[in-house]
Design a protein around this ligand. Sequence first.
Ligand code: ZN
Length: 223
Amino acid sequence: MFFCLNYSPRINLNLFKGVVSPNKMDYRKLTEAMRFAVYKHRLQKRKNDNAAYIIHPFGVEEKLEKAGVKDVDILCAAILHDTVEDTETTLEEIESQFGENVREMVNDVTDDKSLPKHERKLRQIEKVDFIAEGSLLIKLADKLDNLQDILEYPPINWNNERVSGYIIWSRAVTEKIRNRAHFHFQNNHCFSYLLGELEKIYEKSGVSQSGMTLEKYIEMMKI
Ligand code: ZN
C-alpha cells in the first residue's frame, strides 16, 4: 500500500505527483474527493485485515495513476467509487460536489442493492456494454486491488471455494471489458496496463474455469 491512513483526513502531498501538479483546481478536486471519501468510509473496516476501508479506494486510484490515467474526474470517481454503495452517500451529493461526469462514473460502478446479490454479480457483467470508458478503467483497477488483497490475505471466513468463485467471476467481468476495449478503446493504453496486471494475477492464482457454468461459480461465492 502506498501509504497508511488512520481514519485521518491528512493528505499525503506526494500523492497525485505528475498527475495534476500544474493545475491547482484539479489538485483541489482530488484532495476534496479524498477528504469526502475518508469521512464517508470512516466507520468501515476491510474484511480481511480489519484495516481502515479507505485504503481500498485509495489503492484503486493509485492503480489508475500507475496505468497512466490523468483525467481528474476518473481519479476522483475512483476515490469515491464505493461511497454510494457502502455508505449513506447519494448520487446527488456526488454530483453537487464533484459534477455530473463523476456522478455518472460512480453510478456506473455502483451495484443496485435492491437486486439479490447473485443478480448483482451477473449485472456487473452485463453492464460492461453500457458504461463509460472511465468507469471501465475504474472497474479494472477495483478488481485488481480486490484480487491482490484476497489472494495475499484471504478474508478469514472465505474458504477456497469462495475465493475460486470470486476469481472466476472477476475474470468474466475482466474478459468482457477486454473485449469492449479491444473494439472501442484501442488507443487507450491504460486498458492494456490494467488488463496485463490482472492477467498476471489470474495466472498466479492457478484458478481456471473448468466444467462448471459461471452461475455455479457465482453461487460458490455464497454472498
Ligand atoms: Zn471497490
